[in-house]
Design a binder for this molecule. Sequence first.
Ligand SMILES: Cc1ncc(COP(=O)(O)O)c(C=O)c1O
Length: 344
Amino acid sequence: MLKPIIRPQLKKLLHKSTLFCMPGHKGSLNALDITEITGADDLRRPKGILHDAQRQLAKVFNVPFAQFLVGGSSLGIHTMVKYYCDIGDTLIINDGAHVAVHNIAKILNLKTITLPINKIDNFGIAAPIMPDDVERTIKQHPDAKAVLITSPTYYGIFSDVKGIAKVCHANNIPLIVDQAHGAHFSFSHSLPPNAIEAGADACNISVHKTLPSLTQTAMLLSRVDMSEQLNLFCTTSPSYLFMMAIEEACIKMHKKGEKMIDALITNCNNFKNAIKFNTLSNNYTDPTRLVISLPGNRANEIANSLAQKRIYIEMCDGKNIVLIPSVNNTKDDFTRLAKELNQF
Ligand SMILES: Cc1ncc(COP(=O)(O)O)c(C=O)c1O
């Protein structure tokens, strides 16, 4: 039976305590926002509650190593690339890789090779990455130290990670997956498996993007221990609020996620049927991601009108709007949005 480890221990340690340590607010902003006091472990060299919490989460995700990322998926991307690449190496990436990939490539002076891009016609967005394209690119660049793909993308498009991992491993190249937008995948049989279960060597998941957790919270899932590289980039003052939020969101989803995600998918499907606009829907798109194609260059205008009604979308690319619903969105949220959209 999985239970949160961090919160109960902090409550015990902080009961009737006097703080002559960080943070400066001394508990006045949040009683459990504390630094690494005796008994609260040390994220750089975890041996106590943080070690136990990470071990428990590794079981939740069915992976050898799970590490807290208190600097978002960006921190995980920097860590994974540094693990596999050194200064001046070659890295194969997908077109449209996140800025964190380009930043670490700059820091390490990497030579990046971009995989071929295919588009989904009506939406003008990137289609899944094909294993054949990855294989061809590896053959053309046998010196590459790793392949890094984004799956799923911002638009919810996921690639055949299993097929791509097979191709990479047949060529002795590790596969890194930026799975920032797929933290929820591990908790439903209606969604693809997490990238490690599909065969990748390491992936990052932004817990904050699709699970009920605090902004900036993420996890690094991997087959090998990457803590040495993680410590090169991570703050030395990790937030316990972040780590508690990650732990509690993942345990909640482990216990109730299947049902909650089923309900979310039903809400998304009903929403798609209720609106008059075209939505992205196929067997390689996350059914919980909503991409709505808006005709006649009206996407920006519609996004702005929704904001004026205090309905905030995730992103507008000028042609489509992208919404990131989660298990915390109510049926009423979807009804309200559908009603407003249908007025345009
Ligand atoms: C595809 C992708 N990867 C990585 C990131 C970085 O995630 P985080 O904001 O958790 O650092 C983002 C953020 O939007 C993203 O869209």
